[in-house]
Ligand binder design. Structure first.
Ligand code: IZC
Ligand code: ZN
Length: 430
């Protein structure tokens, strides 16, 4: 600590949720241990946390050091920056016309089979320029930040040609370089079978394996590979082929599994050692056990269930079986057009029967594990990146309770105040 300058001291924190303790992913009862400190403070130097805990202790540790900025949290609630581990951030167009179809009872897979759904976003994304995709995604990323997200995963999968997939991934890279929110990039060429391949889906799988994956790898445009394993989309056998090759090439692997039909996607996630499996509404106990053995994180998406008026992931069963649970918006133009992790908090409490403590664990340390970032983010501990949120609330339960509004007062990203009094601090953006 000697000789350091304190870039920022966040003090007068009423309730400081640190998530200190088990490194994660957290399972079972550990998901309820959120490491609360009352009358807390966080000291930051060079973008990293150098002291965190009770205010007297933190002040003692930084005694004699120059403090550049002090931020008074006003006795409110502070948590680690929220981590959104599953989004389809970059895309063209929107699908509000599907709302009327949904309210009439037309299902998600019926809309897709009729050439709508994902395929209508594919048309809009192919038509859009890189700048147009960038501006639209930036607008959503600003909203995510305003709602408290400091790291966001973003998938491709609306190009479905080599060039259009690379175009989407380049937008993610450029946003990561210019926006304060950190992005983690996932290649999802196997998101739908494009119309050109409708009658020969295995040829499309070959294209993904032989051309897309090597191009994405060579250009360093994605860290993870994901597949939409679902009836009418990609089969278990096709998903296995793609993910095995991706793994051998050095990608981390993820799978949209058992969202609508129980297909054995959770079992496959365990078999292949996926870092995470997503949705899982219809996952069997056997599948969940396979995930538990492999340490695969279950990424639950209750805003999608809400919006599709579907059933809900069995989060309580997952927690009981020792599967680590994370939560995400699943932000996308079809099944979950929302950037708000705070809405997801409410839905997770009411529909997945999770407690506010489990919910914050699922949106911080466990979400960080789902994208391979738990060494840097997801908890407020010495040596980690200084990403935190000050909420206009005094306790954790207030966030899911008072729903449909934004409680964020301030966001600190890598030690810089990027949201202040609920507004973006524009000079922090390049
Ligand atoms: O655009 O509908 N579920 N993929 C799998 C999505 C939803 C995104 C979309
Ligand atoms: Zn998804």
């Amino acid at each position: 600590m000697e000789g350091k300058t304190i870039q920022l001291l966040v003090h007068n924190i009423g309730t400081l949720v640190t998530l200190q303790g088990t490194a994660g992913p957290r399972t079972g009862l550990d998901m309820s241990e959120v490491g609360i400190v009352e009358h807390g403070a966080v000291a930051i130097s060079d973008g990293e946390i150098v002291a965190v805990g009770r205010e007297e202790e933190v002040r003692d540790q930084v005694k004699g050091l120059e403090i550049e900025t002090e931020l008074d949290a006003g006795g409110r609630l502070v948590t680690p920056g929220l981590v959104d581990p599953h989004t389809h951030l970059v895309h063209g167009g929107s699908r509000e016309h599907e709302l009327a179809l949904k309210s009439k009872g037309v299902s998600y897979l019926e809309i897709l089979a009729a050439g709508g759904g994902i395929l209508s976003t594919v048309r809009a994304t192919r038509q859009a320029t890189e700048d147009e995709l960038y501006r639209k995604a930036k607008d959503s990323l600003d909203k995510m930040l305003l709602f408290g997200a400091t790291t966001v995963e973003a998938k491709s999968g609306y190009g479905l040609t080599v060039e259009d997939e690379l175009k989407q991934l380049r937008v993610t890279k450029r946003l990561n370089e210019t926006h304060p929110v950190d992005l983690v990039s996932t290649f999802m060429g196997a998101h739908a079978v494009p119309v050109e391949y409708r009658d020969r889906p295995d040829d499309y799988v070959d294209l993904v394996i032989e051309e897309m994956l090597p191009a994405v790898r060579a250009q360093g445009l994605a860290e993870f590979c994901d597949v939409f394993c679902e009836h009418g989309v990609f089969t278990i056998a096709q998903s296995r082929r793609i993910l095995q090759v991706a793994k051998a090439m050095g990608f981390g692997i993820k799978i949209h599994a058992d969202e609508i039909e129980p297909m054995g996607g959770a079992e496959l996630a365990g078999e292949l050692g996926c870092i995470s499996a997503e949705h899982l509404l219809a996952a069997s106990d056997e599948g969940l056990r396979a995930m538990q053995r492999a340490g695969t994180v279950a990424v639950c998406l209750p805003a999608t269930s809400f919006n599709l008026r579907a059933s809900h992931a069995r989060a309580r069963r997952m927690i009981e079986l020792g599967v680590p649970v994370a939560l995400s918006t699943d932000y996308n133009p079809g099944s979950s057009p929302t950037e708000s992790l705070q809405l997801v908090m409410t839905l997770a409490c009411l529909n997945l029967h999770m407690t506010p403590e489990e919910v914050i664990t699922a949106m911080t340390i466990n979400a960080a594990c789902a994208i391979g970032r738990a060494d840097r983010i997801g908890s407020l501990e010495v040596g980690k990146q200084a990403d935190l949120v000050i909420f206009n609330a005094t306790n954790l339960a207030y966030l899911p309770y008072h729903f449909g509004i934004n409680h964020v007062d301030a966001v600190v990203k890598s030690g810089k105040i990027v949201v202040h009094e609920g507004q973006l601090v524009k000079e922090r953006f390049s």
